[in-house]
Design a protein around this ligand. Sequence first.
Ligand code: TXA
Ligand code: MG
Length: 317
Amino acid sequence: MTQHLAVSDAEIRHAAALLRAGKLVAFPTETVYGLGANALDADAVARIFAVKGRPPSSPIIVHVSSMGMVRQVVSEWPERAEALAQSFWPGPLTLVLRKQPAVPNLVTAGLNTVGVRMPSHPVALALIKEADLPVAAPSANRFTQLSPTTAEHVRRSLGSQVDYILDGGRCAVGIESTVLSLTSEESMLLRPGGISRQQIEAIIGRVVQQAETPQQAHPSPGMHPRHYSPRTRLLLVRSGEVLTSGAGAYLQLRNPPMWKVEELIQMPDRPEDYAAQIYRVLHRLDALNLDWIAADAPPTTADWEAVLDRLRRASSE
Ligand code: TXA
Ligand code: MG
């Protein structure tokens, strides 16, 4: 793969040594860039929360590079987990399972469960393997802002507050991992993402949707309404709707805009390709200080679930 050619072994060793010393390292994954720390070091994890401005009520995903490391962090491994790991790991699927006592409460926001995933990006895997530690890593952006899909996005959002940034180029998947809870009989989708619900159901059968009421406590903060947001107002529009005032950009899918736009961006019509571009496009448009960004609403079919979720949250619709 060309993805990891930009990162040398020496850089991986340096970054791994920093993680072992309790420092913060931003690194590429196939989904988005992560802000990593030693998952077993509560002080290091505390710095993640400080740098991101993240409330302590948000649990952090633990990244592993081997099944041995999985056993260090989870205390149960149901057959469903094994089947899904066989099918989708390494890859963009996070499994929520009961945690080992060694995982600090700060990582899991006091929950007795932990989200764990084995990323497929070669730089991420090499880093975790070299550090020989499970790595806690949320997306490497300030809380509620757009997730970073390039090292430059990380620099702009967190800059010098990170001890080191590994630049592995653009993230191929482009949106975050799917988060699936396996802690009860029913498998529960907490956040749609890089692996679709249909792909998961093909392996383990029915997956239920987490009930979503804005007032209730959020078992998964990825479900916070205003998450993944650009600073610029984002609108999801359906054909025929017209915006009259201000300057804006339009993400076209099928319907052409009904009004004058400063920037017209044709988005891909395959959901995976759309996902791969969405954050990069929004980062670029957000920097233009427009009055609005409008997005042609994607279909409500199952294959668009993750993209639609991110657009809805970004527009706080
Ligand atoms: O693709 C990704 O998942 C990226 C890369 C860096 O791996 N990470 C990411 O992390 O998106 P973050 O912190 O931005 O989102 C983590 C999501 C949140 O929705 C959180 O609530 C959920 O995972 N999560 C983590 N641990 C959980 C747990 N024990 N129970 C329920 N949800 C959990
Ligand atoms: Mg995030």
